[in-house]
Design a protein around this ligand. Structure first.
Ligand code: PLP
Length: 351
């Protein structure tokens, strides 16, 4: 990882340089391989995945496995824990993970200790005897920030496994493996791919034995990406630093402007990244109306693409009731900031 991320995103995962070799990996559309090689069958590996996995490894460190979605990657981590294993996790975070952990807890599959992740001491106090701590920072959608350095150090001292969802911060902002985490996870669907055209997830780890167990989980659960999707994700990853930096610059400017708007009661922004959550000074219905009144910003879920999009998170029944009804999560894209702002102010004028 000696190169800068901006460079690695462009140079990593390319085929070897030989005369007339293509610059880009091919899309290996095959379910099986001639015998004698290390892959053998299409559920165990694929050269197009390998190119993408090499590239993500250069950004995050370690060795990487890609999965059919972010949730598939997350499920692989929990799949290798024994029945009833104690897990520490934030009491708010990505709704899919919250739903999964709640169901694991209710069924006895895992014993989940939900904590307030910004309360570092509370998290550390809950770690005793745990098998794993699952950290997401900043959290989706409230953008709370955990003290990752302290929490990872405390967990490591107790011999507890640490997995970090780095989807929101990205390796441009923080590098959990370098802080001592065992696993870093991405919804590759979001910033790394960046064009809202592919679902994918990844896990990276420095531990070869852990890599093998996660690889087995992917192979035998069959939660594999498609070769075409892997190719698309790698194509998107080439411009990830450019896109992220531009979106972040736009987000910082929008935070300033939103903070002075009379119809907005609270703006949440951790100081970095391209997601801004803000609360409308009004009812849930009025907030919904704002989201439906944009003409350029897409009214849609998901985030991390070149296009700005927003939604009222509580429109989803599975979203946590601790998320305010009036909270809009805005994923800031790469359009001109004045056009995004015009659309926001026009939509706010609808109420
Ligand atoms: C979207 C998201 C996920 C889930 O990823 P999918 O690719 O949608 O399965 C997990 N964590 C965070 C923080 C996310 O934003």
């Amino acid at each position: 990882m000696s190169k800068k991320i901006e460079t690695s995103a462009i140079t990593a995962g390319r085929p070897p340089v030989t005369p007339d070799a293509p610059l880009n990996p091919s899309i290996d559309l095959t379910s099986t391989f001639h015998s004698g090689g290390p892959i053998g069958y299409g559920r165990y590996g694929n050269q197009t995945w390998t190119s993408l996995e090499e590239a993500i490894s250069e950004l995050e460190g370690g060795q990487t496995l890609t999965f059919s979605s972010g949730m598939a990657a997350i499920s692989a981590v929990f799949s290798i824990l024994p029945i009833g294993a104690p897990v520490v996790a934030s009491n708010q975070g990505y709704s899919g993970v919250m739903s999964l952990l709640n169901s694991f807890h209710t069924s006895g599959r895992l014993e989940v200790r939900f904590v307030d992740v910004v309360n570092t001491q509370e998290v550390i106090d809950s770690m005793k005897g745990a098998a794993l701590i699952w950290l997401e920072s900043p959290t989706n959608p409230c953008l709370d920030v955990a003290d990752l350095e302290k929490l990872i150090a405390a967990a490591k001292k107790l011999g507890i496994g640490v997995a970090v969802d780095n989807t929101f911060a990205t390796p441009l902002v923080q590098n959990p493996l370098a802080m001592g985490a065992d696993i870093v996870m991405h919804s590759v669907t979001k910033f790394l791919s960046g064009h809202s055209d592919v679902l994918m997830g990844s896990l990276s780890t420095n531990d070869p034995a852990l890599y093998k167990r996660l690889h087995d989980s992917r192979s035998f659960n069959g939660s594999i990406p498609g070769p075409f999707e892997a190719w698309l994700a790698l194509r998107g990853l080439r411009t990830f630093p450019l896109r992220f930096n531009k979106s972040q610059e736009n987000a910082k400017e929008l935070v300033q402007r939103l903070s002075g708007h009379p119809k907005i009661s609270r703006v949440r922004y951790p100081g970095f990244g391209a997601i801004v959550s803000f609360e409308v000074d009004g009812t849930a219905e009025q907030t919904q109306k704002v989201c439906e009144s944009s003409t350029m910003i897409a009214h849609a879920t998901s985030l991390g693409g070149v296009e700005s999009l927003w939604e009222r998170r509580r429109r989803w029944p599975i979203e946590s009731p601790t998320v305010p009804e009036q909270l809009i999560r805005l994923s800031v894209g790469c359009e001109h900031v004045d056009d995004i702002w015009d659309d926001i102010t026009r939509a706010l004028n609808a109420i």
